[in-house]
Design a protein around this ligand. Structure first.
Ligand code: ATP
Ligand code: MG
Length: 554
């Protein structure tokens, strides 16, 4: 599906204006994750947006770990993030950076501000700083330490660096305006004392820069032209601009905010995903019910489908939630013509063709994808004993039920017509075996033009079938009943994972490898589970069913 570029989004408009007016010569964007969890679909939006803009304007895209806050950061996350971004197809070439490598430069920047009289060391404690800050309605009060001399500030700041103070004892603050209507501008803290071991710099530093100070410096050092972030930073933009202005960067980067991506019925947000993982509610960060990138990949989503989804979502400045069904639409569209259509029976019941020779197996020629001839054909074994899906038979059918029932004839997909002659029940009244007769004249593809049947069902030959496990997923949150319970816990959908252990698939799936995906006719798209599937014990994840009520917005 082609996206028609009728109009440029607001970020493209800003960039084109900046290029036209000479504010920048090329475009350089970045993706700056904090390595404190796995990436999720929201991050994918940011990655594809930043990378897409760099490509569109023949610029550069940098990858930068924003690792200035050592508390929650882990090397495990650094590796997973790199892998996820590569999988999405965003290429940072040789520009992989770590904000922590700029600590020295950030320190120098702070010194520069002190020398300009634009920063001071403050001895107020956290509570006092809060009190002095004022509120949205009331201006703040100047700190009694605000007018320290440059010399004193330089000395105290150096002492901070050299570990002469306890954690939290002193901070460095930007000297801006305690009466500013924007609370972020009321002499924000830019450096704090914190004895934490950093995953990259170890114990080299006991002072760490605050995000609002560090981020614009990181952008400026790398020559980022457009620093794209989400809306919650809008009120921080004046501080961003203040930092790059006071540090006198010749080509200051420009911050642009857009609305975060939210999906209905799914948990986005690292904090919530982490909680589900830590509480053992899901099977790790890549549990296929999650929308972390690792989970989407494991479930069987493709980078192309995610890209298509982001294109459909567009970029805007107003917050809204996107229907999960739109993501499902995109994966269906992506896989529809690319993947072979195989037969699999998820809830098997035996069907015996009484007039088919015992012991005989014939190999039927079957198109891999009727809508895409280039996928070729395959041989599918057919014989006397088959499995069909339990719901394709009814003892007493309602009106308009066109599948198997006593006396009715249906087409076995790609094979013959069969007529139900009888069935066997166990003591509990469950049907255990269906007996049919077939009509050899009705072989599929041999040009038979005789009578017609209304129903076509899929099947798998019993002796050659492979047993497989199939996992069906629903949204993890039951949003119709509310995302949260009264006690604040998430309202989990008890049916979010259904495991079917006794499924049968055609033998052509024997070589299916991790992440391979297929359509199982009439059932949906399925992907070999990368974690649990074994060559002799296949496990498939249902990516998405075939049917949808979703309509593409006009
Ligand atoms: P979360 O709140 O899920 O933990 P975060 O913003 O803390 O996300 P970061 O690692 O700091 O995660 O974010 C890296 C980049 O991804 C930032 O530029 C951020 O704005 C962007 N981003 C995060 N969540 C979304 C989202 N839902 N939609 C679009 N962009 C997002
Ligand atoms: Mg964050």
């Amino acid at each position: 599906m082609e996206k028609e570029t009728v109009s440029k989004n607001f970020i493209e408009q800003i960039i084109e204006k900046d290029l036209a007016e000479g504010h920048c010569e090329t475009v350089c964007t970045r993706f700056p994750p904090e390595p404190n969890g796995y990436l999720h679909i929201g991050h994918a939006k940011s990655i594809l947006l930043n990378y897409g803009l760099a490509q569109e304007y023949h610029g550069k895209f940098n990858m930068r770990f924003d690792d200035t806050n050592p508390t929650k950061e882990k090397v495990e996350f650094v590796e997973s993030i790199k892998e996820d971004i590569k999988w999405l197809g965003a290429d940072w070439e040789d520009r992989l950076f770590f904000a922590s490598n700029y600590f020295e430069q950030m320190y120098e920047c702070a010194v520069k501000l002190i020398k300009k009289g634009k920063a001071y060391v403050c001895d107020l404690n956290a509570e006092q700083i809060r009190e002095y800050r004022g509120t949205l309605k009331e201006p703040g009060k100047n700190s009694p330490f605000r007018d320290r001399s440059v010399e004193e500030n330089l000395e105290l700041f150096e002492n901070m660096k050299n570990g002469k103070y306890e954690d939290g004892e002193r901070v460095l603050r930007a000297k801006i305006d305690m009466a500013s209507p924007n609370i972020n501008m009321r002499d924000p803290i830019i450096y704090r004392v914190a004895r934490m071991t950093h995953h990259n710099t170890g114990d080299q530093w006991c002072i760490y820069p605050m995000y609002d100070f560090a981020h614009p410096i990181e952008d400026a050092i790398e020559g980022i032209t457009h620093s794209i972030c989400t809306l919650e930073f809008e009120d921080h933009r004046p501080l961003y601009d203040w930092v790059v202005r006071e540090l006198e960067y010749p080509h200051p980067p420009k911050q642009i905010e857009f609305a975060k991506l939210y999906l209905t019925n799914v948990v986005t947000g690292k904090r919530y995903i982490r909680k589900l993982v830590e509480d053992g509610i899901v099977d790790g960060w890549d549990d296929p019910r999650l929308v972390s990138i690792a989970a989407l990949k494991r479930r069987g989503f493709t980078p192309e489908s995610i890209k298509m989804f982001m294109d459909l979502c567009g970029v805007s400045k107003s917050q809204s939630s996107v229907d999960y069904a739109m993501l499902e639409y995109c994966i269906r569209e992506d896989l529809k013509l690319k993947k072979p259509r195989m037969m699999a029976v998820l809830d098997p019941i035996k069907l015996v063709i009484d007039n088919y020779p015992e012991g005989q197996i014939e190999y039927l020629d079957v198109d891999n994808n009727l809508e895409n001839e280039s996928l070729g054909k395959r041989k599918v074994p057919f014989c006397r004993e088959l499995y069909i899906d339990r719901e394709d038979f009814m003892e007493e059918p309602p009106r308009k039920y066109f599948r198997l029932f006593p006396g009715n004839e249906v087409r076995l997909m790609n094979a013959y017509f069969v007529k139900c002659e009888s069935f066997i029940k166990d003591e509990d009244g469950n049907v255990t075996e269906i007996h049919c007769t077939y009509d050899p004249e009705t072989k599929c593809g041999t040009g038979f033009t005789g009578r017609k049947v209304k129903g076509t069902i899929h099947w798998v030959a019993a002796p050659t079938a492979l047993k497989a496990e199939v996992r069906l997923y629903e949204n993890i949150i039951d949003e119709e009943k509310g995302v949260y319970n009264e006690d604040g816990s998430l309202n989990l959908n008890p049916n979010s994972l259904v495991i079917l252990k006794e499924c049968f698939v055609e033998p052509n799936l024997a070589d299916a490898k991790a992440y391979d995906s297929f359509q199982f006719v009439r059932q949906g798209f399925f992907c070999v589970d990368a974690k649990d599937s074994k060559p002799d014990a296949l496990v498939f994840n249902r990516i998405v069913s075939l049917k949808s009520s979703f309509k593409l917005p006009k």
